[in-house]
Design a protein. Structure first.
Length: 291
């Protein structure tokens, strides 16, 4: 198992972004700008930095701009790579598969079965950016954890306030050691009083092919097909699942306006060229807002 290579990633981008209307009526939430780049470009760059080169994007209706963004454009070919981030320039091979209806995260991963075949693979949500000092370091840590522990799944998690647990999948763990812990349970959007911990799933997974048997076993007769149910099934069958802590990394979501505004402001403040000017403006505005 020490020689296992993780080469592929699945990125679901088929959600309709209803909580961001009217902004997302014609523009996918994954293509909303965060500073100088759309959200999804950060995700693809993160995967490429971790040497994950084969990426399947699970798209849906109104997602044409996703493909356009990474396509070659002869009119822009003379611009530098950082201005025209095509798949070739980013060093990845992008494939696309359309999800006919938004039937949940489990269904999106299920559609990738032929693409991933019998290999382990990453799953990274396309509406969530991991901001880190060394790009791709979280995924590299997850891959190394997978090689070392031989689990059915590795899950990136972050510690959050109790007041926010109802927004995420939340795990229970046995104990933490060197940034990893054995996962004993996972619950989707628990109430604060019923949450098994304060560790929320952070939109990055690494799965062994066993996830597909778990998905088949938990496929609902109606409603959304949740990835959380499949992970819980793995645990109930005695499979090992390991959590990896985000640590000092920052998770930037764009699922609602509060998160999106915060994420955009964060990236603007960290811009190497104009971040200082933005901080100066922000200080002036905040002084004016004081009662």
């Amino acid at each position: 198992m020490s020689g296992v290579t993780v080469r592929k990633a699945v990125v679901p981008v088929a959600g309709i972004g209803s909580r961001l209307l009217p902004l997302t009526k014609a523009q996918p939430k994954e293509m909303l700008p965060l500073g100088r780049k759309p959200v999804l470009q950060y995700v693809v760059e993160e995967l490429a930095a971790a040497d994950i080169r084969q990426i399947l994007l699970i798209t849906g209706r109104r997602k044409r701009s996703v493909e356009d963004h990474f396509d070659e454009d002869g009119d822009l070919s003379e611009f530098p790579d950082d201005k025209v981030p095509t798949a070739e320039r980013l060093g990845v091979v992008l494939s696309y598969l359309r999800q006919p209806r938004p039937l949940g995260s489990g269904h999106a991963i299920w559609l990738a079965k032929t693409f991933t075949d019998d290999e382990p693979f990453l799953a990274a949500y396309g509406d969530c950016v991991i901001w880190e000092r060394e790009k791709g370091s979280l995924i590299r840590t997850m891959v190394e954890t997978f090689r070392r522990h031989r689990p059915a799944a590795v899950i990136a998690v972050q510690k959050i306030p109790v007041s926010q647990v109802s927004k995420y999948g939340v795990i229970a763990v046995r104990r933490w050691r060197d940034g990893t812990a054995e996962v004993t349970d996972i619950v989707e959007k628990p109430s604060p009083e019923n949450a098994p911990s304060r560790y929320a799933v952070a939109a990055r997974y690494l799965f062994a092919p066993a996830i597909y048997d778990a998905l088949a076993a938990t496929r609902p007769t109606e409603g959304e097909w949740q990835l959380t149910d499949a992970i819980r099934y793995l645990l109930q069958k005695g499979e090992k699942v390991v959590g990896v802590a985000l640590g000092e990394r920052v998770r930037l979501d764009v699922g609602n306006f509060a998160d999106y505004f915060t994420a955009f402001l964060f990236t603007a403040l960290h811009d190497p060229e104009v971040g200082t000017a933005v901080r100066q403006h922000l200080r002036r505005w905040l002084r004016r807002l004081r009662p």
